[in-house]
Design a protein around this ligand. Structure first.
Ligand code: NAG
Ligand code: NAG
Ligand code: NAG
Ligand code: NAG
Ligand code: NAG
Ligand code: NAG
Ligand code: NAG
Ligand code: NAG
Length: 623
């Protein structure tokens, strides 16, 4: 019996320090990845008055690259009831408590029983992992099926669709709906280039009633999804604890839970749970936009919102610009940040049902100095052009519904290259023409934007600059592109480069390029009595190792092998090496560097990984 001693780890990839027993026979390999070093995560719910703090769970979670000993990372998500779900992640439970007390006050957290393990040399209490009482209901029975699985959940970001309002006999419909949405957001577009870092699952539980509730009343369904009224807008859930139990029961297999309500029309919600419907026109739009908020952690780019934060928003153009490395160079800008010239004279979210007796209208004034403008609005419940008249200053804008939209919601832009004069006020008017549509025809949003000439406001796709975005209070922030990003234009299927770059970084906090390192022994093909030491580096298939057709953006993996500090040139960029057993023992180092055109800025070194380990024994007995 031979002992292979493996020791140490470097940077963010965890290689095992365990002694591994390798028999003298052909040994296909032993993993030397040490994945035991996973951090703890405490989940709390803070009520909207921020006085009551409720324990949800404490668990070991997926590794978090860039989380150093002593750090504690806090992430907050809104719940549908207006509370906050707080996650605190740290390597040791005692690093979690100071942050938890910021939210819960300096008292014990109910249902979590802490015991002091010992008092350290500085007199600090060191706590044992506390015992927790179950505060969540038992999880529902879940039938979990893979939609696309790219690798092991401990080293992937996992998105799970949970069913609501699907009967037992609608299971296939649920799987088809989930597959359609997963494909839409990860093939050719949106999450396409990062798909090897993601797994998509469908977790089915039958409901006793089909569909979702209306008028604020849930149906008899698993998570109790419902709309507030009948109009197409938010979809809320009534059983958050059951949804939490469902997701937590899947462990590292559930990073982003998606509650999908069986309803064909627009609706959804972001936050702790992404809520969607499988609407043909809107399901993918809502899903990718809400995932943008939760996975990348960015705010809005559209006008009229209230949350503008993350890499795609700056509040003060005289401060450093988070996308300066993506700005399109312009001869005229002389190093000063250029701000594209536009203004928003009117913006509203009426979410109002239209009637035939009184048109819905709004007045606004214009500065009269902008040569171009756009009328942007969204509607639902209006399948035919003749059912609605949309006018600006009494002129018919000739609105036509999107083909096949039916009663679902859709977004419309009417662009005009004329000045809106400054004399007096202007009026936008929506007149419903068909009485049968009262109760369903809805005006969701309406906005007027005015722009300078193309020299003053470069609207072209691919132009990176500072574009003003106007909040619900008409406060200005700036975004990187005019309309390249689905965080602004939900009908666009892609993120802009700034969001996409941060998407890579966000995912790479939870995912390491190295899935495993396996070492073994095999007989030499030339001298069967001699042995070869094998080392197999299993990488996430990106760049030259992508399994499907390559992606449009240029990518490369560079792999360097070293032994006892000396680079093994002959193994450059190899994922599998064989060395003569007599040369086997020593300290090996693997350095992996990934490069993609989609990431230009990587301050945390997330594109680099590797580690070292020592091989101290020979494969053959007689050595
Ligand atoms: C894995 O790493 C942890 C932390 O570095 C260490 O305590 C543990 O002994 C290692 N386990 C193995 C099997 O090497
Ligand atoms: C969560 O809700 C609070 C209060 O309602 C709001 O201020 C905050 O911006 C919300 N966060 C996000 C990410 O929407
Ligand atoms: C991806 O694009 C190709 C070529 O443009 C197209 O044939 C294919 O249907 C697309 N797939 C999806 C899932 O959109
Ligand atoms: C839901 O349906 C089941 C089966 O039909 C029934 O037993 C249960 O009482 C219903 N629950 C509610 C809240 O209506
Ligand atoms: C559905 O009905 C079964 C009994 O028929 C019950 O056990 C289950 O809790 C019900 N589901 C919901 C969501 O009420
Ligand atoms: C927002 O502010 C700008 C500049 O002060 C003004 O021209 C515009 O009319 C305002 N828009 C709204 C909707 O108040
Ligand atoms: C009809 O719509 C107008 C404009 O939205 C509104 O002011 C009015 O109250 C509505 N009338 C009825 C009867 O709902
Ligand atoms: C808008 O202005 C027109 C004429 O200037 C007026 O008749 C109309 O009532 C105004 N509409 C609103 C909603 O204020």
């Amino acid at each position: 019996m031979n002992l292979l001693k493996l020791a140490g780890f470097l940077s963010s990839c965890y290689l095992s320090s365990a002694s591994v027993v390798v028999s003298g026979e052909h040994n296909p390999g032993t993993s030397i990845l040490n994945d035991t070093n996973r951090p703890f995560e405490l989940l709390l719910e803070l009520d909207r008055t921020k006085t009551e703090c409720r324990f949800i769970g404490l668990r070991k979670t997926q590794k978090l690259r860039g989380l150093y000993p002593g750090d504690a990372l806090v992430k907050t998500l809104n719940t549908s009831s207006g509370n906050e779900r707080i996650s605190i992640i740290a390597h040791e439970v005692h690093d979690i408590w100071p942050k938890a007390y910021n939210f819960c006050g300096d008292k014990e957290i109910p249902y979590l029983h802490r015991t002091v393990e010992h008092i350290d040399r500085e007199g600090q209490h060191v706590y044992a992992v506390p015992k927790q009482e179950n505060v969540l209901p038992p999880p529902p029975k879940l039938e979990v099926e893979p939609l696309f699985q790219s690798g092991p959940s401990q080293n992937r970001v996992d998105l799970v669709f949970f069913s609501d309002g699907y009967l037992e006999e609608e299971k296939q419909k649920f799987l088809d709906d989930a597959m359609r949405l997963a494909e839409d957001i990860s093939y050719n577009q949106t999450f396409n280039t990062v798909r090897p870092l993601l797994n998509f699952w469908a977790a089915f539980t039958p409901s006793n009633e089909t569909g979702i509730g209306v008028g604020g009343k849930p149906k008899n369904t698993t998570y109790g999804l419902y709309r507030d009224g009948t109009e197409l807008r938010g979809v809320y859930y009534s059983n958050p604890d059951l949804a939490r139990a469902a997701c937590l029961s899947l462990g590292t297999q559930c990073d982003y839970p998606i509650l999908m309500g069986n309803d064909p029309l627009y609706g959804g919600l972001g936050g702790e749970f992404t809520v969607i419907t499988p609407s043909l026109a809107n399901g993918p739009l809502v899903l990718r936009h809400e995932l943008g908020h939760s996975v990348i952690d960015v705010g809005e780019e559209y006008d009229g919102g209230f949350a503008y934060f993350g890499v795609n928003a700056i509040h003060d153009p005289s401060k450093p610009i988070s996308w300066s490395h993506w700005l399109t160079p312009l001869e005229t800008s002389f190093g000063n940040p250029r701000i594209e010239r536009s203004v928003m004279p009117m913006q509203a979210y009426p979410w109002t049902l239209l009637n035939t007796s009184t048109p819905w209208s709004i007045n606004f004034t214009s500065a009269g100095t902008y040569p171009r403008h756009i009328v942007r609005f969204s509607l639902s419940g209006l399948p035919k052009a003749e059912d609605l008249l949309v006018e600006l200053d009494g002129v018919d804008l000739k609105w036509k519904p999107r083909a096949d939209i039916g009663v679902d919601r859709w977004h419309y832009d009417v662009q005009q290259t004329t000045f809106l004069d400054s004399a007096g006020s202007h009026e936008v008017k929506f007149s419903l023409k068909n009485k049968d549509l009262e109760g369903t025809a809805q005006l969701c949003s309406v906005e007027i934007l005015e722009f300078g000439t193309e020299d003053e406001f470069i609207s072209a796709l691919g132009h990176y600059s500072l574009f003003p975005t106007f909040s619900d209070k008409n406060e200005t922030t700036y975004r990187p592109t005019n309309e390249d990003c689905l965080m602004r234009i939900v009908t666009t299927p892609n993120f802009c480069k700034v969001c996409l770059e941060d998407l890579w970084r966000s995912l790479l906090h939870r995912v390491d390029f190295i899935d495993d390192v396996v070492t073994g022994c095999k007989p030499s093909p030339v001298w069967p009595w001699e042995w070869l030491r094998t080392i197999d580096l299993r990488l996430i298939p990106l760049a030259q190792f992508r399994e499907e057709e390559s992606v449009a953006s240029k990518e490369t993996y560079s792999i360097t092998w070293s032994k006892n500090g000396r680079v093994l040139e002959q193994f450059k960029d190899q994922t599998y090496i064989e060395v003569d057993d007599r040369e086997g023992p020593g300290v090996y180092t693997i350095d992996v560097k990934f490069a993609t055109e989609e990431v230009r800025y990587d301050p945390e070194g997330l594109l680099t990984t590797g580690g070292d380990f020592s091989v101290s024994e020979f494969c053959s007995k007689k050595n």
